[in-house]
Write a protein that binds this ligand. Structure first.
Ligand code: NDP
Length: 387
């Protein structure tokens, strides 16, 4: 029997379960492009429940224990001698979410001789050292598309939040008990008429483009693979061959590439400096795609008018992380892909992957990042490994 180790974020401070704001969530059967939502044999949770925290257990305990497997769930992953480090050496499967990542470093992978499967309950497996996973003979899988629309909605929200100067206006009327119209509007603009670009026009990037099109903006994108001509025409997109060309052409840039060697530290001082003064960057992809301190300097100098996103490094970030106190930000913790709506999909997708794994059936190629000794499926298209 297998040992499955799940590293999930802590429960709400008010206890579990929380008081839910709504009684149900819409049923979504498919994604744009025709991919179906997860198809496990069954689920043991009610969609809309909080599943991504320790007590939520991704709704997997009954399934795993009925099989006779051992299911260990913890949020303790960073401290020396953490539960993750203590439980890892005899684990067969590790499940983690990008919001509270179990960083599977080369050392941790080496400490786990039985480890054969790492599942990302969500999207983005950069917290797994992919070259080590390949060398270890592991499969790495994620629940592709499960939260792509969730993230695209969050990115659009953060673009509007920055451009309309929402956070300071909110602070004036709530925390500061004021009614300061001039202070609130002196950095507020309309998005209408602006040039808006996405870097990475995959599932999330394309969903952002589609959601922004009705705002009467001029849309730009850059990606390694160009979108079909019909899509470019429908959305009136301008394609750019690289990030530099895109960055210097837009007022607002939203990042939607995976983190891999080609994108790490891409938005450094030089690239940010090539943007128009007063540009906005929204980053819901991965924090290490931008130079942390270059962002802070650019906000202080006025080169950037605003920066928003939900991705940090490390996660959780230390109390003195400079993004907690920099000006003109609209940061959230890493939540965009963990709405209750998204959780229902990625918990079901995690179960689908586990069912396939235990039954010896192939995992959908769209879920695969590493398999068979190399990058596979979605991983082979979207990731690179240094070498
Ligand atoms: P996709 O794989 O669908 O899209 C990523 C796109 O980025 C692909 O079109 C890919 O190109 C492109 N790309 C990769 N490298 C580069 C590069 N160097 N320059 C330009 N384009 C590049 O992924 P998703 O849209 O589903 O997700 C994107 C990322 O968003 C994830 O990897 C993850 O890091 C992050 N994410 C964040 C979440 C959150 O909660 N904040 C939740 C989910 C994802 P191509 O395929 O054409 O080769």
């Amino acid at each position: 029997m297998a040992k499955i180790l799940a590293v999930l974020y802590p429960d709400p401070v008010g206890g579990y379960p929380p008081d839910y704001a709504r009684d149900e969530i819409p049923a979504i059967a498919g994604y744009p492009g025709g991919q179906t939502t997860p198809t496990p044999h069954t689920i043991d949770f009610t969609p809309g429940q909080l599943l991504g925290c320790v007590s939520g257990e991704l709704g997997l305990r009954r399934f795993l224990e009925d099989r006779g497997d051992t299911y260990v769930v913890t949020s303790d992953k960073e401290a020396p001698d953490s539960t993750l480090d203590r439980e890892l050496p005899d684990a067969d499967v590790v499940i983690s979410q990008p919001f509270w990542p179990a960083y599977l470093t080369p050392e941790r992978i080496a400490s786990a001789p039985r480890l054969r499967l790492a599942i990302t309950a969500g999207i983005g497996s950069d917290h797994v050292d992919l070259p080590s996973a390949i060398a270890h003979g592991m499969t790495v899988a994620e629940v592709t598309y499960s939260n792509s629309i969730s993230v695209s909605e969050h990115a659009v929200m953060q673009i509007l939040t920055l451009v309309h100067n929402y956070m300071p206006a909110h602070d004036w009327v709530t925390a500061k008990k004021g009614w300061n119209i001039a202070d609130s509007v002196s950095r507020a603009y309309d998005l209408e008429g602006m040039d808006v670009g996405v870097l990475g026009s995959g599932r999330i990037g394309q969903a952002v483009l589609r959601r922004l099109a009705p705002f009467d903006v001029t849309l730009h994108y850059s990606d390694m693979h160009r979108l079909p001509k019909e899509v470019e025409e429908e959305l009136r997109l301008t394609w750019h061959p690289d990030a530099r060309s895109l960055a210097s052409s837009v007022d607002v840039l939203s990042i939607h590439t995976p983190l891999h060697p080609q994108t790490q530290n891409l938005f450094d001082e030089d690239l940010i400096g090539s943007m128009k003064r007063g540009s906005y960057i929204v980053n819901t992809a991965r924090a290490l795609i931008v130079d942390r301190d270059a962002v802070v300097r650019a906000l202080n100098s006025g080169q950037l008018a605003g920066y928003a996103g939900d991705v940090w490094y490390p996660q959780p970030p230390p109390p003195d992380h400079p993004w907690r106190t920099m000006p003109y930000e609209a940061m959230t913790p890493h939540v965009s892909g963990s709405t209750l709506s998204a959780q229902a999909r990625y918990a079901a997708g995690t179960r689908e992957i586990l069912e396939c794994w235990f039954d010896g059936r192939p995992i959908r190629p769209e879920y695969l990042i590493v398999d068979g000794g190399g990058l596979a499926g979605t991983g082979a298209r979207s990731y690179t490994v240094a070498g």
